[in-house]
Write a protein of this length. Sequence first.
Length: 561
Amino acid sequence: MDLSQLVARAPGESGLSLVEAIPIAEEPGIGALTIGGYLDEVCARHGDAEAVSFNTEAQRLSWSYRELREEALGVARALIAQGMAPGERIGILMTNRPEFLSAFFGIAMAGGVAVALSTFSTQGELDHLLGASQVTTLLMEAQVLKTDFAAMVTALDPVPGTRHPALRKVVALGAQEGSGIVEWRAWLAQGAGVGEAQVAARLAMVAPEDPGGIFFSSGTTSAPKGIAHSQQAFAIQWWRWPRLFAMHEPVRAWTGNGFFWSGNISMVVGAALSTGGCIVLQRYFDAAEALRVIEAERVTFANGRPHQWARLQAEPGWAGADLSSLRYVPRGELIWAHPSVSTDWEVPQTFGTTETMSACTCIGRAASEADYAGSYGLPLPGNTLKIVDPQTRELVPEGEHGEMCIKGPTLMSGYLGKSGAQCFDPEGFYCTGDGGRVDALGRFYWEGRLTAMIKTGGANVAPEEIDEIVANWPGVKRVQTVGVEDALLGERVVTCLVPLDGAEIDGKALLAHLRSQLASFKCPKEVLVCTEEDFAITGNEKVRPAQVRAMAQRRLAATAP
C-alpha cells in the first residue's frame, strides 16, 4: 500500500511531528453528511432488507430499512407536534432496543439534538446529566432491570419544571397511567397530524456542521463531561467503518454495550447500515442471552470487551453454541478459541476517543503489518495530527515522544459549559492527554496515557499494553496494571486482576506468558488476584485505577519482609 497517498503532509517534509491527512472529499465511500440524510440514503439503497432485529425469549421483532425510517418519522412528527424548535436537546435514556434507534434518527429528522444518557445512572448522576444537558424532552424506559427510572425522574422533579426548568416533557415506554409521564405510543399518536413534508423541511435546514448529538464521559473521578458532536461526526464514521474493517457484505452487527457510548453507536450502526446489513439488538449484556442471540441471529460482527468474552466462555452453554457465523470480533482472541469459529480477520490498529467520535487514526484491514510497522496508523482523511512537548506546547521533532493533539471533521464541537479555549489549543487542536510519536511517513505510535504512565527504572510503561494481553488470559474477568511506589525503581509494575467465579489463575504461568510477549522492563513484578470490591467498580463497570493502586500498595506493604 502506498501510504503517501493517504497524507497531504508528513513529518519527513519538515522534520517536525505534524501530519496532515488527505481532505475528507477524497475519502471513498462517504455519502450524506447529516444524520437524517444518512438514514434517507441507506433506506434508498436497501429498502426492504432487514435493518433491525430485536430477538428476545418472548418475541422477535424485525424492521426493514423502510420501517426503521417510518418509526423514526413517527418520533420526528411527535416532536414537531409538541412544538420542538430546531436545535433543542432531546434526551434518550434507553437500553439497546428498537425505540432507541427510532428516537435517535427521529430527533435528527426533526432538527433536534439527541442526548444519550447512561442507563447505569444513579439518581444523583441522572440529576447531574439532566442539569448539564438542559434537555427539553426525555424519552426513556420506565424501568431497566431493578432501576425504576420513572420513579427516579419523578423524585428528582416532583413539581415539573422546578429543579430542571428546561425539562418540559417526559415520555416513557411502560409508563403507568396517572404517573404524570406520557406513555410512548400515546405520545407518538399526537404527531399524526404532522405531514412528512414538514419533517422534510426541518431536515433540509440541517447542515453537516450543526449539532448532532451529545455523549457523556464516564466520570470516575469527577462529574461526567458532556461532549457535543456535529452531524457530520456521526455520518462520516458510519460511512467509513466498513472500509476500515474491510467489510464487503451485509453485516449483522451486535454489541453488549449501550448506545450511550460513542464507540458502540459509531461502529455497530455504521458496520450494519452502511453495508445493507442488520443491527442485532440486545437490551443489556447478559452472557447466556448473548450466546443465544449471536447464534440465533447469525451475527457476523460482535463489538464487546475482553471481560465480556470471558463471561461467554464461563457460560455452561459456551462449548455447545454455534458461533460459526462470527467473522469480525474486535479484541476477540477468546472468541477465536471457540471450536466453531474460523476466520482470519483481525481488527486493524486504530486510535480514537469519545472526543473524536471514535477513530481518528487507522490505515485499515487492507494494510499489511509492514504498512503498520507497529503503529496505530495514519490520521484519517480530514484530520491533522501533531505531537507537542507537554510543558512548552511546541512541536517536537519527528520520532520524539510528546502529547498527541488532533483536529478534523469528527472532532467534538466542545464540552458543555466550557469555552473554546478550555477545549482546544489556540490552533483548534484537541490535546488528548495521550503520549506518542510519529515517524517520517506520518504513522502514529501510541505510548499510553500521559497521566497513567508507569515510570519504572527510568522507562515509560503503558498499563494498557499489559492489560490487553492479560485480559485474554483464560479465567480473567477484568484487569488493571498500576505503578506501585518502589525505592529502587521509582515505580514497580504490578498487575491486579479479578478472576471469573470459580476460575483459578496460575500467576507464575501468566507471568511467563507476559515475559514472552513484552520487553523485560514492561513485565509486572507481581500479579495480585483481587475481588470486585478491591477494584472499586463504578456503575458502568469502569475501574478506578487510583483506588486499585492504593489497594495494591497496601497489600504489598502488608506482605513485605
